[in-house]
Design a protein around this ligand. Structure first.
Ligand SMILES: [Zn+2]
Length: 481
């Protein structure tokens, strides 16, 4: 058992879903040819002036409200100065002391086991607007690098958490919850591969019970939420080893190397940037009225946390099931459409989570492109509910639905899968099975209950899975007692 407590805070950069850049009218579309989406403003040419994109501000306020942040009425932009070739103006327009969103919090649901979901409240320090930089391309270039300014000026919201996270798993759960909120809000496409969601982490360790934080290390260069978790696990271990062997932690920035599974020192505190922030003179501070904020608030959609509570109470789902269904908006939508067809919520939840998702992943399909629509799945579940087919047969019908595009009802009818409830036929089959398995019959009479399960299985086999297991159970129990 370790004697150290881990302290983690995360900085998440979210690319906001706007048609145009934050300070000019250039397109934000991904995948255009290099430097196609540029103009004098985002190239930082002398004499050009920035104009704030109203939509970007609105999306920032929406996100802030969803994260329970105070929205500041007074907005100011600042210049963050540093020199790097991907930054054409040699400064980035960002926000320093007056961010759009102040203190807030996010409730994170963490699945501990099948029956337990634990809630954790993670503080949000702030969220501010800024412009993205361009992209340097080194691969396949000899004698230098290329630069693509299409991304320069894309609106970003940087969301900074309090150092409230205590384990790498909590960090993973926080990121998952945050992404879920952003998806429900539809403020970003949250595509990590295309860089629309990026995360840096701060981590330190301290002895349990210590009042002071340990020395903080910043980790960059993680490409996935699992990557963040792995990097933090490695870094926690590295810091513990350093302290245990009498060393100390340097305040520094480290890069996560995914293929080697370790963090590598990038620059120390002495080499840290001094950004010399100062107010952006080309954008005057301005006021957002209470009225404007409440207009945005009224338009907020239902958020994951509220949906989680609603699904639990309305459909009597376990916290675990509700959590799984809510985490991805499309999954929750699918479930609710299914239940809208008046079938059992519990059955729908089970079938979606296991059979449907399994079938989709086998076919490398997304839920959104599923050819089996909610009403189709509901049709299948209704056949189980009415006793027309057994759950076992239903599991064979679902793949046929994907293959043929036919309804469950049509498949069951065409392929003669209707459950056998003909008592006379079942009596006869059961009698045959009992005759053929004297050993199991004897075992059952000696008190070995599992022998009954075997005999039921034999009858199922004889009827090619079409018998009603409950009925066979009754017949067998009567016959043997
Ligand atoms: Zn531009």
């Amino acid at each position: 058992m370790t004697q150290y407590e881990t302290v983690i805070g995360l900085e998440v950069h979210v690319q906001l879903r706007t048609k145009t850049k934050i300070f000019c009218a250039c397109s934000t579309e991904f995948g255009a040819s290099p430097n196609q989406n540029t103009c004098p403003v985002c190239l930082g040419l002398p004499g050009s002036l920035p104009v704030l994109n109203r939509r970007a501000l609105e999306l920032a306020i929406q996100t802030g409200l969803a994260l329970n942040c105070e929205i500041s009425g007074r907005i100011k932009f600042d210049r963050k100065n540093y020199f790097y070739p991907d930054l054409p103006k040699a400064y980035q327009i960002s926000q320093y002391d007056m961010p759009v969103c102040g203190k807030g919090f996010l409730i994170v649901e963490m699945k501990k086991s099948k029956d337990e979901v634990v809630e954790k409240r993670v503080g949000i320090t702030r969220a501010h607007l800024e412009e993205d930089a361009g992209k340097l391309l080194h691969e396949g270039v000899t004698g230098g690098s290329w630069v693509d300014y299409n991304r320069a000026g894309t609106p970003l919201l940087e969301i900074v958490s309090e150092p409230d996270l205590r384990t790498p798993e909590e960090a993973f759960a926080y990121l998952t919850s945050l992404k879920s909120v952003l998806e429900y809000l539809n403020v970003s496409d949250c595509n990590m591969e295309e860089g629309s969601l990026r995360c840096d982490a701060n981590i330190s360790i301290r002895k349990f019970g210590a009042a002071q934080f340990g020395t903080k290390v910043e980790i960059k260069n993680m490409n996935s939420f699992r990557g963040v978790q792995k990097a933090l696990e490695h870094e926690r271990h590295r810091q513990e080893e350093a302290l245990e062997s009498g060393g100390k932690i340097n305040q520094e920035t480290r890069l996560w190397n995914e293929s080697r599974g370790e963090t590598v020192s990038m620059r120390s505190k002495e080499h840290a940037h001094d950004y010399r922030y100062f107010p952006e003179p080309d954008l005057v501070p301005f006021t957002v009225s209470e009225q404007e904020i409440s207009t945005v608030k009224q338009k907020l959609p239902e958020l994951p946390q509220a949906r989680f509570e609603r699904l639990k109470t309305r459909y009597a789902l376990s916290p675990y099931d509700a959590q799984v269904l809510v985490a991805e908006k499309s999954l929750g939508d699918y479930f609710e459409s299914c239940v809208g067809e008046r079938i059992s919520a519990k059955l729908a939840s089970n079938w979606i989570q296991s059979e449907l998702l399994g079938a989709l992943s086998e076919r490398k399909m997304n839920l959104n492109d599923s050819t089996v629509k909610p009403k189709d799945l509901a049709g299948l579940i209704r056949l189980i509910e009415s006793g027309t087919i057994s759950g076992k047969i239903a599991k064979e019908v679902l793949p046929r639905m994907f293959e043929t595009g036919k309804s469950a009802e049509a498949i069951v009818k065409d392929e003669g899968l209707v459950q056998v409830t003909d008592t006379k036929l079942l009596e006869e089959t059961t009698e045959r099975v009992v005759q053929a398995n004297p050993k199991s019959v004897e075992d059952f009479r000696q008190g070995k209950k599992q022998a009954l399960g075997f005999l039921v299985g034999q009858v199922m086999k004889e009827t090619k899975g079409k018998a009603n297991p409950k009925l066979i159970n009754e017949i067998l129990t009567k016959k043997l007692s």
